[in-house]
Design a protein around this ligand. Structure first.
Ligand code: FAD
Length: 462
């Protein structure tokens, strides 16, 4: 098997495939991150939850990864006046983990390479592949072209996947991509001079400001990595250090002393906001020779913290299909494609939905009431009433079923609440009639008065 891409999903997938006894060649276009000093790229830390943890456990890596992670039990909301309020993710003992992206990738690559049947080729970029013959062609950093013919080519090569592009030529692949108007930029809150965390550690900190937001996840070195998500329009309107400080003083005043004015200016003015894309496609395979997984199949906006988790779960899903069809790719790949597409599309939709929830809904009293009600019902009926976030982050309920269950729960709540309203209205009407009765006002007088009032309005105002 050839695995294209040695990022998070490619490295883990290699461990899964090697465990099944396949001979795996992993090709990664970048140099080996274990030897690089600084790795350019996306977020420094990531939220790891149940789906990702389960996949790591299956290849014996969960404990190693968790040792270097930090628990986050709740969101910590930072209001504009500087006050903070926590919102639990689930029950007291449920948490997501903040993990270092680079360290995680290194652990996965090392684990993959420990298998004698795995060879990693760094600085090898996929140029083309042929799904009839199973031939994949790479170019290395010396410009040399290398060909490899295999039984299966797996694209774990991220959102701008080369394998996916080749698949589009070979099969009828539906494809949809959407850039959101927001970009993101990473900032930092360093450790205190006493080398301590400057904010509460075991939280995912959020500064929700309706149209935009900032979040911060803790790192092991006592710093926090902040990510500012904002429309490109606003990023572009901040041209000078003065603009920047005015903006931060207005929107995120409590973060300035934490970041340090000079550090904030230096990072912001020398960085560029990066785009975020959501990609859906189908199917994920070409006959028995090609397959895409992870971001290559379903890149999503990062607001549910599920991109990597979903990619890791892809590895479990493929493993299960290979089990079921005894490693017969001609059966396992279509079955994987069919079952996984509906779930991957569902999590892309959920991530888009959370884009609004994180920056806006957490400011709404109605939303907070719903969260409390959800948690209360979850405590009373732990097996039948599971809040959406809990299902997504703390269970392996298929993503599309999470949405279906949530819809069902919404329907029940609507019925219960409207039933309650009817009872309340009934009680009010009865009490009103009783008062009228005591005062000698008859029902007839009431309706006459109401009609009189109605007639007194000109028709247009009725
Ligand atoms: P990638 O990580 O993109 O890896 C693809 C690899 O393929 C790369 O190493 C690349 O160099 C290589 N490659 C590309 N093209 C070629 C080629 N032609 N030949 C050879 N190699 C190639 N997810 C979470 O679960 N939790 C989070 O908290 C979270 N936070 C995020 C925050 C931000 C700001 C962003 C942008 C994403 C976040 N994600 C999160 C999503 C997560 O980063 C991705 O889902 C995950 O990295 C996908 O892994 P991947 O291996 O599929 O792709």
């Amino acid at each position: 098997v050839v695995v294209v891409g040695g990022g998070l999903v490619g490295a883990l997938n290699t461990c899964f495939l090697a465990k099944r006894g396949f001979i795996v060649d992993l090709y990664e276009k970048r140099s080996d991150i274990r030897k690089a000093e600084h790795v350019k790229g996306r977020s420094i830390n990531l939220a790891l939850s149940t789906r990702g943890r389960t996949a790591l456990r299956m290849v014996g890596l969960e404990d190693t990864v968790l040792e270097n992670g930090i628990r986050m039990h709740a969101r910590m909301i930072h209001d504009p006046d500087g006050s903070r309020r926590p919102i639990l993710y689930g029950k007291e003992d449920q948490y997501i983990m903040s993990v270092d992206r680079r360290r995680l990738n290194e652990v996965l690559l090392t684990a993959a390479e420990k298998n004698p049947n795995v060879t990693c080729h760094f600085e090898h970029k996929l140029v083309s592949c042929d799904f009839k013959t199973g031939e994949a062609e790479f170019i290395n950093n010396e410009g040399k072209r290398i060909k490899k013919t295999v039984d299966l080519i797996v694209g774990n090569d991220g959102a701008f996947s080369g394998v996916r592009k080749e698949m589009m030529k070979a099969t009828l692949l539906d494809y949809q991509q959407q850039y959101i108007p927001h970009g993101y930029m990473e900032l930092t809150i360093p450790p205190s001079p006493k080398d301590e965390y400057l904010m509460e550690t075991n939280y995912l900190h959020i500064w929700p400001r309706n149209e935009f937001m900032m979040i911060a996840l803790p790192n092991l070195d006592k710093s926090f990595t902040c990510t500012l998500f904002m429309p490109f329009e606003i990023f572009n309107s901040i041209k000078t250090e003065e603009d920047l400080m005015n903006f931060f003083r207005d929107k995120f005043p409590d973060s300035i002393p934490l970041m340090g004015e000079e550090t904030l200016k230096q990072i912001f003015m020398s960085s560029k906001a990066l785009p975020m894309v959501s990609i859906k496609c189908s199917p994920y395979h070409v006959e028995d020779k090609g397959l895409i997984m992870g971001d290559a199949a379903h890149a999503m906006v990062p607001f549910y913290g599920q991109g990597m988790n979903a990619g890791f779960e892809d590895c479990i899903a493929l493993d299960e299909m290979l089990d079921l069809y005894k490693n017969d790719f001609s059966k396992a790949l279509p079955a994987y494609s069919e079952t996984r597409t509906v779930d991957a599309h569902a999590i892309c939709d959920l991530a888009m939905y959370n884009y609004v929830e994180m920056r806006k809904s957490v400011n709404s009293k109605l939303f907070l009431m719903r969260k409390k009600l959800d948690n209360l019902l979850f405590t009373i009926f732990p097996n039948s009433w599971i809040p959406l976030y809990t299902m997504v982050a703390f269970t392996r309920t298929r993503y599309h079923l999470c949405i279906a269950r949530r819809k069902h729960q919404d329907e029940i709540l609507t019925k219960v609440l409207s039933g309650g309203m009817m009872v309340l209205l009934g009680v009010c009407a009865l009490s009103g009639l009783r008062i009228c009765n005591q005062r000698g006002i008859t029902f007839q007088t009431l309706t006459d008065k109401a009609m009189e009032l109605w007639e007194s309005f000109p028709p247009v105002n009725r």
